[in-house]
Write a protein that binds this ligand. Sequence first.
Ligand code: GLU
Length: 362
Amino acid sequence: MIVIAKIGTSSVTAANGSVDTAAVGKLCSEVAGLRRDGHTVVVVTSGAVTAGVAAIAPLGGYRTDPMTLQALSAIGQPRLMRVYEDALAAEGLLAGQVLLAPLDFAHRQRYLHARDTFTRLLELGVVPVVNENDAIADDEIRFGDNDRLAALVAHLLRADILVLLTDTAGLLSADPRHNAEATLIEEVAEIDHELEQVAGGAASPMSRGGMSSKLAAAKMAVWSGSRVVIASARRPAVLADAVAGQQGVGTIFLPQRRALGARKLWIAFALRPAGRIVVDDGARRAVVERGKSLLPAGVVAVEGAFEADDAVEIVGADHVMFAKGIARLGAARATEWVGLHTGELSDDLPHEVVHRDDLVVL
Ligand code: GLU
């Protein structure tokens, strides 16, 4: 199996923020175990920002605005990597650092190149250790959380399983800080709004994750056809149990049986939306139930300054997104054509706001 193991900041750093050698050691020995069983493993790790802050803290005089925190990852990332290198070396394995930015997924060429890089490293027997390229990523377009990054890597490599390792046992039925009755949700067949409510918000300025970002990542990965497990990083043999599909290992999300094709997944999850199109109920039904293209007649409003070929979110009257696609018309023309029927449109441009081939219902 192809396994992506993602570990969060709180699980790889100690209370003082430095890299937790024992925690990384545990993870790497589990990685080695999977490798001995013939599995392919890629690690996605957080912790660079926190380790960077811990390193500079004794000197004092630093700020904690997002730009500074990102810059400090330049100190933390090599420290983090050194620990992985040593821990994997102790298992007779070589670590290879791969730092990714959102544009690596948004541009098809770079996306394919990144896949080739991983393939080559894996052929060479290297364990890729991935993080976001925090130090130089533009805050406007950062992933911001490694859960999403890990899901994109799972998609890129067509992983069989994505394991999100964290400091809780998995997804709980309520927030354990406020509700003592909170219990582990062992299996999720479909991620719906109700579950998203359960996951809530959370996370700190340094670790951006939290349960809601894990759920969003899980959704992305199950749509790519991967099984997802959210589990405790501290659990003994957590990776082996997750791979074996053992009940109770954490929260298991079953893969969607009908995984989306590569292009649709790329539209749905890798492209950043440049605007939103609000549609009426008829158009919504045509798109969702009958797989139709979105035409100007069904559009109620156009938001944002997108151009043709930009990604857009498609929302209903309730302003909740139900589909995503690539616009065939720019925002200016789409606005001009709001509510018009096909006979009323000029012939110089496509008549679909979003063509069905470029549209994904989510
Ligand atoms: N890339 C960030 C880091 O290594 C972590 C982002 C996250 O917490 O998900 O510090």
